[in-house]
Design a protein around this ligand. Structure first.
Ligand SMILES: O=P(O)(O)OC[C@H]1O[C@H](O)[C@H](O)[C@@H](O)[C@@H]1O
Length: 284
């Protein structure tokens, strides 16, 4: 069998973090039980797609890097939907909870792991609600899927941090041109395709496609997404980076967030998916 799944104690400098390691042929991935957060995806040994802050911490806070899960809201809680919104944490609860194993499977063609978390304390829902995260690794791709079967008002994001070689050379294709600019008070803007970073960048792309391409010096990442109604492009630049205690002062040069987001508060089940790969041929 080309695939394996095993528990792993610690990852990078987070030596006490409980994790799972998936392997399929030359490809590997690591996911933390805390937050069900993917921390590493290497299609081949040493070829890391994701960024994890060397100053990332856990337990009292979300881990800075990898693919944090934002749920059941994105950003600050909306007082129109969430009772006591001002006292709620940014990006919801999913990224700071301990998740449990639900299912694991290795076949001739993939290695798949599902973690789940039961929420009994949602401020806007009295019914216990299960959230699941499936990671499926094969020879060429890694796919993550965040699901909730309940028709609950919910926002969600796969808040992926991608490792960059050269920030200035980054371009992102497939986002469309129409966006809300969070840096200038949610102004609607029309930008260019492909998108590039211009200092502090925090944009909600309202017509983001299903196939994106990130390119910077010497590397390409193909990103396929579904279940979304938008995508977020975020880089804090120098001043905001200095204000983030779990990012080094020049840390912003090392990553970009390209996020698969569902921001409409529709009361409908959730299935948000991102598939990552190095090569276009494997976009399934
Ligand atoms: O610092 P965090 O709570 O993890 O949020 C980090 C970032 O997440 C998203 O990309 C938002 O659009 C940004 O406005 C926010 O700053």
């Amino acid at each position: 069998m080309p695939g394996s799944i095993r528990q792993q104690h610690g990852f990078a400098h987070l030596t006490d973090l409980p994790c799972w390691q998936l392997q399929f042929g030359a490809a590997s991935a690591v996911i933390s039980s805390y937050g069900a957060q993917l921390l590493s995806y290497q299609p081949s040994p040493g070829d890391e797609l994701l960024w994890l802050s060397p100053k990332a911490n856990w337990q009292q806070q979300a881990i800075r890097g990898g693919i944090p899960l934002c749920w059941p809201w994105f950003g600050p809680a909306d007082p129109a939907v969430i009772p006591d919104a001002t006292s709620q944490p940014a990006h919801g609860f999913a990224r700071t909870r301990h998740w449990q194993l639900k299912q694991q499977q290795c076949t001739e063609t993939f290695a798949s792991l599902t973690l789940h978390c039961l929420f009994t304390d949602l401020p806007h829902c009295a019914t216990p609600t299960e959230l699941r995260l499936n990671v499926c690794l094969n020879q060429d791709t890694l796919q993550i899927t965040l699901s909730c079967d309940q028709a609950l008002p919910q926002q969600a994001a796969l808040h992926s941090y991608f490792r960059l070689n050269q920030l200035e050379q980054l371009s992102v294709r497939g986002l469309g041109t129409h966006y809300l600019d969070k840096v200038s008070q949610q102004t609607r803007k029309d930008g260019c395709e492909p998108a590039r970073l211009e200092g502090e960048t925090d944009r909600i792309y309202l017509q983001a496609g299903t196939k994106l391409l990130l390119q910077d010096a010497g590397q390409r990442v193909y990103l396929q997404q579904s279940g979304h109604d938008s995508s977020v492009l975020w880089n804090p630049a120098a001043a905001k980076s200095r204000a983030l205690k779990d990012v080094a002062d020049d840390g912003y040069q090392q990553f970009v967030c390209v996020e698969t987001t569902r921001l409409d508060w529709q009361a409908a089940p959730l299935q948000l998916r991102q598939t990552l790969s190095r090569s276009p041929a494997s976009r399934g």
